[in-house]
Design a protein around this ligand. Structure first.
Ligand code: ZN
Length: 278
């Protein structure tokens, strides 16, 4: 089973992510938190970005992260490929270490101006719902792949642990961006350990101090540990404005403008001319 999953890693990941996407889409139609109406064409534009990223990666890179992990295992590269630790321990450490690494990647993207340019597209969406989880610039995806490759290489992470984290990361990205209503008592329980939609919506607030908080992707412990928590949005979940102060015009929201986002200078009419700071 494991061998089959690893030899069909891309298909496995796609099947899980597409299934979770379908389920969450139904849930957010049934019990929306805000129920904002998306502008015409927004779904298609957000959905087209992962297709463009996948095509670019397919053309540029010879290996996926899972096959990269298999190569380093063969070559005995990385910590776990030199140690004889129990597989379960290595598996658990890999998931936790990758989530910590992604927390710091996300935080760095809000601090360094050139990284903010790669990440900014994700924050220019004016709606907060499921397809926002797919709205990443292809260059950000490429940067993230190299970064994760470095962490995987240093750890000597197993292909199964890498595939598991990739699937978990995608599933939590979908869940945390879904416009679904979760009863407060359940949200409070869940957010003790995991990222919830209410937790992550704060990160998409137009207020800069809220944008620069709640960086976690899967576990909420990193934001607590490194003091970047913002428990609730100041304007309330239903009234809060989503997006940035700038790039709210139609041109920025169309696909060519979205793809050009890393090369655009900040519009100073409504927003800050500086990158955000963590
Ligand atoms: Zn962000």
């Amino acid at each position: 089973m494991t061998v089959w999953l690893l030899s069909h890693a891309a298909l496995t990941r796609f099947a899980v992510v597409a299934s979770v996407f379908g389920i969450l889409l139904l849930v957010q139609m049934r019990i929306p938190r805000r129920g904002d109406v998306s502008p015409r064409g927004r779904y298609l534009r957000n959905l087209s970005l992962p297709v463009i990223s996948a095509a670019m990666i397919y053309l540029l890179l010879p290996l996926t992260l899972v096959s990269f992990a298999a190569v380093i295992a063969e070559q005995h590269i990385g910590l776990f490929n030199m140690l004889e630790w129990p597989m379960a321990v290595e598996f658990a450490i890999t998931l936790i270490a990758l989530d910590l690494a992604i927390y710091w990647q996300h935080r760095a993207m809000h601090v360094f101006p050139w990284l903010w340019r790669l990440h900014r597209l994700h924050h220019t969406d004016l709606n907060f719902e499921l397809t926002l989880a797919l709205r990443f610039h292809p260059f950000e995806i490429l940067f993230s792949l190299f970064y994760k490759g470095l962490v995987i290489g240093a750890l000597g992470a197993s292909p199964l642990a890498v595939l598991s984290y990739e699937i978990l990361l995608a599933v939590f990205a979908l869940f945390s961006h879904a416009d679904i209503h979760i009863a407060e008592r359940w949200d409070q329980r869940l957010r003790k350990l995991f990222i919830t939609p209410d937790w992550h919506r704060v990160h998409h607030s137009v207020h800069r101090n809220e944008t620069d908080s709640n960086y976690g992707n899967l576990l909420s412990i990193w934001d607590r540990l490194f003091a970047s928590v913002n428990e609730q949005p100041r304007d309330g979940h239903r009234s809060m404005k989503i997006g940035l102060g700038e790039f709210r015009d139609d041109v920025s929201q169309r696909l060519p403008g979205m793809l050009m986002q890393p090369f655009l200078s900040t519009q100073s009419s409504t927003g800050s001319s500086k990158p955000p700071h963590a």
